[in-house]
Design a protein around this ligand. Sequence first.
Ligand code: HEM
Length: 490
Amino acid sequence: MLVEVVLAAALAVLLWFAVFRKPEGLPPGRWGLPVIGYIPLTRKSMEEQIVDLHKKHGSIVIWRMGCQLMVFISDYQQAKEAMAKSEFANRPDWDMFTFLEELPLGVGSSNGAHWHANRRFTLRQLRDLGMGKSKLVTGVQEQARKLVERLKEQANEPKPVPHAMKVAVVNVIWQMVAGKMFDMDDKRMKEFDKLLEDLNAATFALGVRDFFPGLKYLPKFVQNRVFGLDRLEEFKEKFFIYFDELIQEHKASLDPDNPGDLIDAYLLEMKEGSGSPDVVRSERDLALLTLDLFFAGSETTTNTLTFMVQYLAMHPEIQTTMQREIDEVLPKGTLATLEDRARLPYTEAVLHEVLRLSSLLPIGAQHSATKDMHFGGYLIPKGSAICTSAMLMHADPRYWEKPEALKPERWLDENGKFTTKKEGFLPFGSGKRVCLGESLARMELLIFATAMLQSLSFAPPKGSTLDVTADPAVPMFHTPRKQDICITVR
Ligand code: HEM
């Protein structure tokens, strides 16, 4: 009997050290059990729990979710330091990111030389297409004009911000990618929009498998039913067919001396070669690169503008000050260009406050550690997913007095000039993978916001208020609540 007890005790100790115990040196937080990780027994949202973890343990915390170790960083300086490291620049190897492609393609999910080449290529396109009075600026202005006309149609009738806002933003990406824009009610545009939504939902459903990889060994028909693998393949196929048509059109009209858009430029690189043996150019990569731009650039900009409209409706005095500035700088009918930015400091300040308060990606986009790293006094094991909690930095009282308040003045110096560099502000991320559409997004926000405020005012429906907090039904991505708003024409 004694032998059995001793053996059982030895086994328990062995198991504890080999399997259950949290390894030395890891940041504090939730370790849980092998395979299942830490499953919380609470009704709090994941976001609230992450806030609690930081309050309890400090600026670097862990949470093992299934088999995936997640590391959350809430301190601005540490986040910047982490994001500058090439060892933290990769995306995790999650199906949710790679759309079940064998090799991650495109730019948002790829890694290494391929990511680098696509990132450089896309930034070059943005720079070439988006500077000065370029086609892209004219395109944004045209969309802003159409959006204002559409918003006027619902004047004096309490209704939510219309879908036209998203169409206007998506059209800007269409202009950049394929040199074309669609009418607000175009059938192909609606089809494409639905396809993006379906693809987004289908990839999100794969998340569970990424955290519990054992589930990947379930029979295919079970996975189809539970994770919708077959649906994802179907949507992907539809997407590639949709894009193939577009690519063939571009091939037929390609003028090597005058590439008009991103697809043209990519097709030229396909002919000429990428210049690196590690980077293979392909039509599939081109399609997924553009998909990344649609995914990353449409909801983000649309949601920021919708949050802005809701915030301004709730702060009429700020709205009036902004309109006064816009009226002084831009005579009615004139739309903003990038050159007007310096003359619109209050507008810039409002946009920055909206980006700060909305914190669209509250825990950023996940990165991955490519090797064991020592960071912030802790061990960050290879394969950990790293998240930077923008929502906490944007509410950090060390950087923001009364962080919960919409205070454009905090962005202005004593002469009313806009102060660009501010610590504690990372809406676009930072470092190696900082948002590559940041300059485009800033241009869109400026042109759309000034066009709207020049012609329209926003208010809550009579006798009610608006809730400007994010919709709790959408996890890990701050989305404005769908609620009625009253538009009046100025
Ligand atoms: C208000 C609007 C936007 C916000 C707040 C925003 C924010 C972000 C954030 C936080 C990231 C993650 C950075 C990281 O991984 O650390 C990101 C990545 C990215 N964004 Fe944006 N973004 C916006 C608009 C756009 C637009 C208009 C485009 C392009 C059309 C775009 C394209 C991308 C791409 C391609 C990435 C992935 C970059 C990479 O992995 O190298 N974004 N964005």
